[in-house]
Design a protein around this ligand. Structure first.
Ligand code: F6P
Length: 545
């Protein structure tokens, strides 16, 4: 049956309820309930979610939980786990959770258990990691591998890159893993400038093995190896991760050097498959297994916990509240952890490629907002860049703070200062500062009444900016696995609440098609015709050189 979110009774009740909440200030809500933190925080595994600084009351939460039931999120979880083709526009199942499954039960896709294939590839990855780490895997001239370069883009890059940086404190010694994604030759050239072909191994990571950026970078890397070591060296220096065996073979990579994955793994959900190979090489297979186990723990929680306790559900419902009922157009992610720097880019793909859509599951245009624009920066760098606008710019910007209880690099004095900054920001954004407070503070500092009159308006902060703080115990493979799975399930839940197919990405295809049309014109192999004057003018200007 067709589901229309805005027609759901809970949606309508939330619309009426939002009119009561909008004029209220978070200060008042905190003043009314000194147990607000206890009432609006939940723990799961190594994560503590404090959403007491969101603009909600107990009634808001109850109404939002009603929306989860009316949208039948539990029914969609069953379809997801049952291998149904819920990515209906591509006719594909969505089974990335099977990739981190440790139990003996089968996971069926079209009547066949996918678990034996998953275990076979995991075994292959484990053997490969052991061979590279021990030095048994040798380059063409007999030297051991010192550097690994992953060539991929989007889901075939961001997840492993994000996690390798997040877990940099856990990396194996004497092996450096690099990531090249950008088509701009500067990315590959500057990476290769530091490396030696004889001791470098390339992973060409591409689900389709046809992605323009990846294939161009892979060809250039291949030339670099072949020029120095000859054609036969390709077998020693290239492995592939792909679903497209025919294209991999054309590139010249031997079948035994291919790590398979499957159509039922979406690109931006593929980190748990062989796409995670560079991560497994960076931190070792044992820690990669702990990363999978962390994700599995979150899967179990998401599948089984009631909505009242469910962390991914809570995050998704709060996003719907802020986006559809309070009118936020963006959300800012503020990881107070240098190691989580790439998380913003990773989540931009996960969230915006999944739910940045305006056509619902039934092919109809939606009448409500979907994925907010996600942006962000690691703390405290962001404080010295854009926080001014969050404090005084006048837009509603829900903030998501992410911080570790325990530092991964415990230099004396740093972590307490970092925590103080993080908590001070969410407090200031919640509380704001009234004109009376500003005037009293200025007068107490000895300023003249004239100066107080002149300067006080600039120093007022409206506050009431909602935020969530996700406190993680430590950045370990297991914790990171929980965190990433938490966001995956949040994205899935939002897709259900907004009645979207979160697993296709037709918008990305459009740009790819046009680039293929323009390329021969830029190469001088086709006449520049049929273009708008701007595009034609830009091409002509480039060709002048
Ligand atoms: O960004 C679009 C996209 O199709 C992603 O979904 C995918 O992760 C990425 O391109 C890379 O695709 P492939 O792994 O096929 O090279």
């Amino acid at each position: 049956m067709t589901y229309c979110p805005t027609a759901a009774p809970a949606w309508q009740a939330l619309t009426a309820h939002a009119a009561q909440i909008k004029p209220r200030h978070l200060r008042e809500l905190f003043a009314e309930d000194d147990q607000r933190f206890q009432h609006f925080s939940r723990s799961q595994g190594d994560l503590l979610l404090d959403f007491s600084k969101q603009r909600i009351t107990a009634e808001t939460l109850t109404l939002l939980q009603g929306l989860w039931r009316e949208a039948d999120v539990p029914g969609w979880i069953k379809r997801l786990r049952g291998g149904e083709a819920i990515n209906h526009t591509e006719g594909r199942a969505v089974l990335h959770t099977a990739l981190r499954r440790s139990g003996p039960e089968p996971v069926l896709f079209q009547g066949k258990d996918v678990m034996p294939d998953i275990r076979r590839v995991l075994d292959q990855m484990q053997e490969f990691c052991a061979a590279v780490h021990s030095g048994d895997w040798k380059g063409a001239s007999g030297e051991r591998i010192r550097d690994v370069v992953n060539i991929g883009i989007g889901g075939s890059d961001l997840g492993a890159r994000m996690a390798s940086l997040a877990l940099v404190a856990e990396q194996v010694p004497d092996l450096h893993v690099h990531y090249v994604s950008n088509l701009d030759g500067a990315h590959l050239a500057t990476t290769l400038a530091k490396l030696h072909p004889a001791t470098t191994l390339f992973i060409v990571a591409s689900k389709t093995f046809t992605t323009q950026e990846t294939m161009q970078n892979a060809r250039s890397a291949r030339d670099w190896v072949v020029q120095k070591l000859g054609e036969k060296a390709v077998a020693h220096h290239f492995v592939a991760v792909s679903t497209n065996h025919a294209e991999v073979a054309k590139f010249g990579i031997a079948p035994q050097n291919v790590f398979e994955f499957w159509d039922w793994v979406g690109g931006r959900f593929s980190l748990w498959s062989a796409i995670g190979l560079p991560l497994a090489l960076a931190i070792g297979f044992e820690k990669f297994s702990q990363f999978l186990a962390g994700a599995e723990a979150m899967d179990k929680h998401f599948f089984n916990a009631p909505v009242e306790e469910n962390l991914p559900a809570t995050l998704a419902l709060l996003e719907v509240w802020n986006t559809n009922f309070l009118g936020a157009a963006t959300r800012v992610l503020l990881p107070y952890s240098q190691s989580l720097e790439v998380l913003v880019s990773y989540l931009q793909q996960l969230e915006m490629e999944s739910n940045g859509k305006q056509v619902d599951r039934d092919g109809a245009a939606v009448s409500y907002d979907t994925a907010p624009i996600l942006w962000g920066e690691s703390g405290t760098n962001g404080q010295h860049a854009f926080y001014q606008l969050i404090h005084q710019g006048g837009s509603l910007i829900p903030c998501e703070f992410l911080v570790l209880k325990e530092a991964d690099y415990p230099l004396p004095g740093h972590h307490e200062m970092l925590l103080a900054n993080c908590f001070a920001q969410s407090d200031a954004l919640m509380r704001g500062k009234t004109v009376e407070e500003v005037r009293a503070e200025m007068a107490a500092s000895g300023l003249s009444p004239e100066a107080v009159d002149a300067l006080s308006p600039y120093r007022v902060f409206p506050g009431n900016q909602p935020s969530t703080t996700l406190l993680m115990s430590r950045l370990t493979p297991h914790t990171l696995g929980q965190l990433i799975a938490l966001y995956e399930h949040k994205v899935f839940t939002l897709g259900v609440l907004w009645n979207l197919n979160s697993f296709d990405q037709w918008g990305v295809e459009f740009g790819k098609q046009l680039a293929n049309k323009l390329l021969p014109m830029l190469e001088g192999k086709a006449t520049v015709t049929g273009l708008d004057s701007s595009t034609a003018g830009l091409i002509a200007a480039c060709k002048e050189n």
